[in-house]
Design a protein around this ligand. Structure first.
Ligand SMILES: [Zn+2]
Length: 459
């Protein structure tokens, strides 16, 4: 790396990524060799003349040599739970409802602001190191400011919301709230954080799922989110056991009820959609309700495999997410992409999700799902400069192949060299610049012991 001036702090300088393969994920899906000029947090130019224009501008310029690397839009993960990173390894080998009731709810209820911050920091560090630049995050019921503070300090882009739970069986006291309390706390968080950090942080009204939320809560979210231009986010159609419980309670499926209550449309992201019927897929496509596909979590909790190609045929925009570290157990976008592509073949559609298609799901489609496609998700002039640089010269990636297949099928998160959000370098040569990784791990270990003990989990 060379810097042409020492006057400005590196954070405020323009950035030139020199000599990479630009995998743009733009409308034409262009892949081109060349440079990328980032100025004032946005993409100023790309291609063969970008370096010349950057130098001619006279602006202070920091140059990163990315020869042998792919420069991709930063990955957008459409469903994660930063509050659960601390529970990695504490809730393995259980089916969905047992996993929730025996482990996740007691653990979430035991969070305090310090443990929640440690959990978010651990997750954010892992996400940045793996090339993720934007997440849609669902929190726990209380202390959600701690998650936003972690996101603000680390520099990740996020749409995030406290989870909302005003009903349901087996919910521990620490997670119980009335409809009015839940909506009021979400409104207050939305007022504090929606549009914060220069627009990098946004709020999502996030009722957990239909078995722990009332109709009134969902309807209240629709009214409030739409009044504030905020996203809505929930889980649905995840697991057969859950579907039976929903049918027993409501006499219909969760997505049918959500639609009846107005919780549907382009500002709604539904995590999972594993067991959608063809009819449900059709109306979700028409409504433009978005889906987040979480292949590892669906397999690990025994939920099954979502029919992504069928969702695409129905016109549904599908993003990709790792879900939480308590059911994955990583937050690795590259792993999820590879798995999404391979699993699509289970239904005989070998060509349904090729590497280029799945790379778009993890970038521009995710951005579309989150309502951020005008700002991020592709490398185009004028967009926010959120990019990841992936080394394609490593032993397990060499020697051949187009960039997308090398990224999706062969690359690993340790090949991510640089990560930029809003023009700010958050990962440089594989090292975090805004977080002390040793401190993040040490706090995570200490807080994991403490939260587990508060939750009363032994063995
Ligand atoms: Zn989830």
């Amino acid at each position: 790396m060379t810097a042409t001036t020492g006057i400005l702090p590196a954070d405020l300088m323009d950035l030139l990524l020199r000599g990479g393969t630009l995998v743009t994920c733009d409308p034409d899906d262009r892949v081109t060799a060349g440079d990328l000029w980032i100025s004032a947090g946005r993409i100023a130019a790309l291609g063969v003349d970008a370096a010349g224009r950057a130098r001619a501008s006279g602006r202070a310029l920091r140059v990163l040599d990315v020869d042998g690397c792919a420069v991709v839009p930063g990955f957008v993960q459409a469903h994660v739970h930063l509050c659960q990173t601390l529970f990695r390894g504490m809730a393995d080998d259980l089916p969905l409802l047992g996993w929730l009731q025996q482990r996740i709810w007691p653990l979430e209820a035991a969070h305090d602001p310090a443990s929640l911050r440690a959990s978010a920091d651990l997750g954010i560090a892992e996400l940045i190191k793996g090339g993720t630049t934007t997440v849609l995050d669902m929190g726990t019921v209380r202390h959600h400011d701690a998650v936003f503070e972690a996101l603000r300090d680390a520099g990740l882009r996020a749409v995030s919301g406290k989870t909302m739970m005003d009903g349901g069986a087996s919910v521990p006291a620490g997670l119980r709230e009335t409809t009015a309390e839940s909506l009021a706390e979400s409104d207050a968080l939305c007022a504090r954080w929606h549009g914060a950090a220069g627009g990098r942080l946004r709020y999502a009204y996030s009722p957990r799922f239909i078995l722990s939320c009332t109709e009134g809560l969902f309807r209240g979210c629709v009214e409030r989110a739409r009044a504030r231009g905020a996203l809505m986010h929930t889980h649905a159609s995840e697991h057969r056991g859950e579907r039976e419980a929903v049918r027993a309670a409501l006499g219909m499926d969760d997505v049918d009820a959500l639609r009846q209550w107005g919780f549907a449309g382009p500002d709604v992201v539904v995590a999972h959609g594993v067991i959608l019927t063809p009819k449900q897929r059709r109306y979700m496509g028409r409504d433009r309700t978005r889906v987040a596909h979480c292949p590892s979590a669906n397999l690990k909790l025994g939920s099954g495999v979502a029919r992504v190609a069928a969702m695409h045929r129905a016109g549904i925009v599908v993003g990709i997410g790792a879900d939480g570290a308590a059911c994955n157990n990583n937050l690795d976008a590259l792993l999820e992409m590879r798995l999404a592509s391979l699993l699509a073949r289970r239904f005989g559609d070998t060509g349904a999700l090729p590497a280029r298609r799945v790379l778009r799901m993890a970038t521009i489609d995710g951005a579309t799902a989150l309502g951020l496609a005008d700002e991020v998700g592709s490398i185009e002039v004028g967009k926010r400069a959120d990019v990841a640089v992936i080394d394609l010269s490593t032993t397990h990636v060499e020697p051949w192949g187009e960039a997308a297949t090398r990224i999706v099928y062969a690359a690993q998160s340790r090949d991510v060299r640089h990560v930029v959000v809003d023009g700010r370098v958050l990962l440089h040569e594989g090292r975090l610049t805004t977080m002390d990784e040793d401190d993040v791990r040490a706090r995570a270990r200490a807080e994991a012991v403490a939260v587990r003990s508060r939750a009363g989990i032994t063995g």
